[in-house]
Write a protein that binds this ligand. Structure first.
Ligand code: RP5
Length: 169
């Protein structure tokens, strides 16, 4: 197995369906990752150990997801100089998702967390791959074809609606 470059962590197994989307897109893009559960308030010592050891274990960026009063991404960012991508999760204990969004997004100046949309596991994985692409050109090449596929999909939609609706473009 190749050395994981992205560390995916989450506060609970209940976050897994969302965080699995980060894992899936990293697999599609050929980026090695590790995935585990680290809870900021239930396993604080484990969180400190994870964040402080990540760089020396070869991890280049951490994708951290949590719901409710979601302190995991910010706390991990405070404990490492690696870039941290935060995923607000709309969990069972979440009011409506805003609690998680604001807890992760509104970090005070000095400790940034690159926050994606609510339940944005897939975008978090793509962002992590982009970070890896800054030093791995094969990942950059795969991201280029990934974006080409997105473009081709939309151009196909343009053809699909052409003729059915008026458009001068
Ligand atoms: C957070 O509380 C977790 O990240 C999860 O989103 C939420 C609910 O956790 P469980 O009660 O499902 O373990 O800490």
């Amino acid at each position: 197995m190749s050395q994981p470059l992205v560390g995916i962590i989450m506060g609970s197994q209940s976050d897994l369906p969302i965080m699995q989307e980060a894992a899936d897109v990293l697999t599609e893009l050929g980026v090695a990752f590790e995935l585990t559960i680290v809870s900021a308030h239930r396993t604080p010592e484990r969180m400190i150990e994870y964040a402080q050891s990540a760089r020396s274990r070869g991890i280049k960026t951490i994708v951290a997801g949590a719901g409710g009063a979601a302190h995991l991404p910010g706390m991990v960012a405070s404990l490492t100089t690696l870039p941290v991508v935060g995923v607000p999760v709309k969990s069972s204990n979440s009011i409506d998702g805003w609690d998680s969004i604001l807890s992760i997004l509104q970090m005070p100046a000095g400790i940034p967390v690159a926050t994606v949309a609510l339940n944005g596991g897939r975008n978090a994985g793509i962002l992590a791959a982009s970070i890896v692409s800054t030093f791995d050109s094969s990942v950059a090449d795969r991201l280029t074809s990934f974006k080409e596929q997105l473009k081709a999909k939309v151009l196909k939609q343009v053809e699909d609606v052409k003729g059915k609706y008026p458009s001068n473009f």
